[in-house]
Design a protein around this ligand. Structure first.
Ligand SMILES: NC(=O)c1ccc[n+]([C@@H]2O[C@H](COP(=O)([O-])OP(=O)(O)OC[C@H]3O[C@@H](n4cnc5c(N)ncnc54)[C@H](O)[C@@H]3O)[C@@H](O)[C@H]2O)c1
Ligand SMILES: C[C@@H](CO)CCC[C@@H](C)[C@H]1CC[C@H]2[C@@H]3[C@H](O)C=C4C[C@@H](O)CC[C@]4(C)[C@H]3CC[C@]12C
Length: 369
C-alpha cells in the first residue's frame, strides 16, 4: 500500500492493547490499516515494546488507565473514530474475585459504551468469547456449530457470566445515538481458545512439561474436540470488522461473529502437542491410570485447597472443576459468517500459524531441544 499522509486520518483506540491478543491487534493495525493516523493503546499495564512502535508514520499514544474508571476511559475515547475493546480479566482459575471480574468485564464495558455515547465515537468492536455460548455446565457438546446453532447457554462461573453480560450490553448499544446525533455501530467477536505467540497457558504447559522430564500426561480423551484459533487471525478479524463497521453498518451492526481459521479440530491437549511436540515434549497416554472420576476428584480437591488456603496464599492450579469441564466438553465452530458479512479470510494458514507458534515456543528460555 502506497504511503500517503492524506489518507491517514483515523484515530483508533485499543483497550487491553498490551495483552496477549491486544498486542497482536495493535501490531496488525499498524501493518494493515493504511488510514490510521493515531493509535491509542490503553491498558492497566503498559508494555515496554510500545516504545519501538513510536517511530513509524502513525502516532502511537500509550495510555496507562483502568477501564473501571469511567473518567479515564472517557478521556481516552474522546476524539477516537473506532474503539476495539479487548481489555478484560481472563480468569477461570480463581485468581481474582467474582466481584473484580464483574467490575472489569461488565462495568468496564459499560464505561466504554458510555464514553462512546458521550464523546461521539461511532464504532465499537467488542472482544467477546466462545464462552458466551458454552460449553455449558451440563457438558452438552457444541459440534462444529455456528452463530445460529441452538445451544442451552447456562453460565455459573464468573468469567463466562461477565463476558455474556458485557456482550449483551454491547449489542444492545447498537443504534444508540452518540453525541452529534449519529448512531453507534457495534459488534462482538467471539474467539474460541486463542493460541500463538505470547500465549501464557501454552507457556505454562511447556514449563510444566520440562519440569516433568519432557512429558505431559493425557487427561482428556482424544475424541473431545476443542475449538482453537490463531491469534494473528483473531487480530486480523478485529482490524477487518472495525474497517467495515462504517461501510456495512446495517449488516454488521449488532452482530456476533465466531473467530475461526484453518486450525484443525483436535482435543485441547493434542492441539497443544502440535507445538510442544516439535519442541521436545511428548504426550504420555494415561487413560487407564487416570479415569475421569479421579480427575474430577483432583479438580475438586484443588478447589477445596484453594478455598482453605485463600487467607494465607493464592493457590490457583490449571485443573479445577470448571477447567476440567471445559477441556472435557466438545466445543468447535464451523461458520463462514465473517466471510459473508465483511470478507474475512484467514491471513495466516494453519502451516504459518503452526510455524510461528513453534518458533515462539522454541525461543522460550530453557527449550527442551
Ligand atoms: N485468550 C483466549 O483464549 C481468549 C478467548 C476468547 C476471548 N478472549 C478475550 O480476549 C480479550 C483479551 O484476552 P487475552 O487473552 O489477550 O488476555 P490478557 O490478559 O493477555 O489481556 C487482557 C489485557 O487487558 C488488560 N486489563 C485487564 N484489566 C484491565 C483494566 N481494569 N483496565 C485496563 N486494562 C485492563 C490487561 O492488563 C491485559 O493487558 C479478553 O477480553 C478475553 O476475554 C480471550
Ligand atoms: C485437564 C487439564 C489437563 O491437561 C487441561 C486443562 C486445560 C484448561 C486449562 C483449558 C482448557 C480449555 C481452556 C479455555 C478455552 O480454550 C477457552 C477459553 C475462552 C477464553 O475466553 C478465555 C480462556 C479460556 C477460558 C481457556 C482457558 C484454559 C482452558 C480452560
Amino acid at each position: 500500500m502506497a504511503e500517503s499522509t492524506e489518507v491517514r486520518k483515523l484515530v483508533y483506540l485499543v483497550t487491553g492493547g498490551c495483552g496477549f491478543l491486544g498486542e497482536h491487534v495493535v501490531r496488525m493495525l499498524l501493518q494493515r490499516e493504511p488510514r490510521l493516523s493515531e493509535l491509542r493503546v490503553f491498558d492497566l499495564h503498559l508494555g515496554p515494546w510500545l516504545e519501538e512502535l513510536k517511530t513509524g508514520p502513525v502516532q502511537v499514544t500509550a495510555i496507562q488507565g483502568d477501564v473501571t474508571e469511567a473518567h479515564e476511559v472517557a478521556a481516552a475515547v474522546a476524539g477516537a473514530h473506532v474503539v476495539i475493546h479487548a481489555a478484560g480479566l481472563v480468569d477461570v482459575f480463581g485468581r481474582a474475585s467474582p466481584k473484580t471480574i464483574h467490575e472489569v468485564n461488565v462495568q468496564g464495558t459499560k464505561n466504554v459504551i458510555e464514553a462512546c455515547v458521550q464523546t461521539g465515537t461511532r464504532f465499537l468492536v467488542y472482544t467477546s468469547s466462545m464462552e458466551v455460548v458454552g460449553p455449558n455446565i451440563k457438558g452438552h457438546p457444541f459440534y462444529r456449530g455456528n452463530e445460529d446453532t441452538p445451544y442451552e447457554a447456562v453460565h455459573k462461573h464468573p468469567y463466562p457470566c461477565s463476558k455474556a453480560q458485557a456482550e449483551r450490553l454491547v449489542l444492545e448499544a447498537n443504534g444508540r445515538e452518540v453525541r452529534g446525533g449519529l448512531p453507534l455501530v457495534t459488534c462482538a467477536l467471539r474467539p474460541t481458545g486463542i493460541y500463538g505467540e505470547g500465549h501464557q497457558i501454552m507457556r505454562d504447559f511447556y514449563h510444566q512439561g520440562l519440569r516433568l522430564g519432557g512429558r505431559l500426561f493425557r487427561a482428556i480423551p482424544a475424541s473431545v474436540e476443542h475449538g482453537r484459533v490463531y491469534v494473528g487471525n483473531v487480530a486480523w478479524m478485529h482490524v477487518l470488522v472495525a474497517r467495515e463497521l462504517e461501510r456495512r453498518a446495517a449488516l454488521v451492526g449488532g452482530q456476533v461473529y465466531f473467530c475461526y481459521d484453518e486450525s484443525p479440530y483436535k482435543s485441547y491437549e493434542d492441539f497443544n502437542m502440535e507445538f510442544l511436540g516439535p519442541c521436545g515434549l511428548r504426550l504420555v497416554e494415561t487413560r487407564l491410570l487416570a479415569p475421569y472420576w479421579l480427575l474430577m476428584l483432583l479438580a475438586f480437591l484443588n478447589a477445596l485447597l484453594q478455598w482453605l488456603l485463600r487467607p494465607l496464599l493464592l493457590y490457583a492450579p490449571l485443573l479445577n472443576p470448571y477447567t476440567l469441564a471445559m477441556a472435557n466438553t466438545t466445543f468447535t465452530v464451523s461458520t463462514d459468517k465473517a466471510q459473508r458479512h465483511f470478507g474475512y479470510e484467514p491471513l495466516f494458514s494453519w502451516e504459518d500459524s503452526r510455524t510461528r507458534t513453534i518458533r515462539w515456543v522454541r525461543a522460550m528460555e530453557g527449550s527442551a531441544q
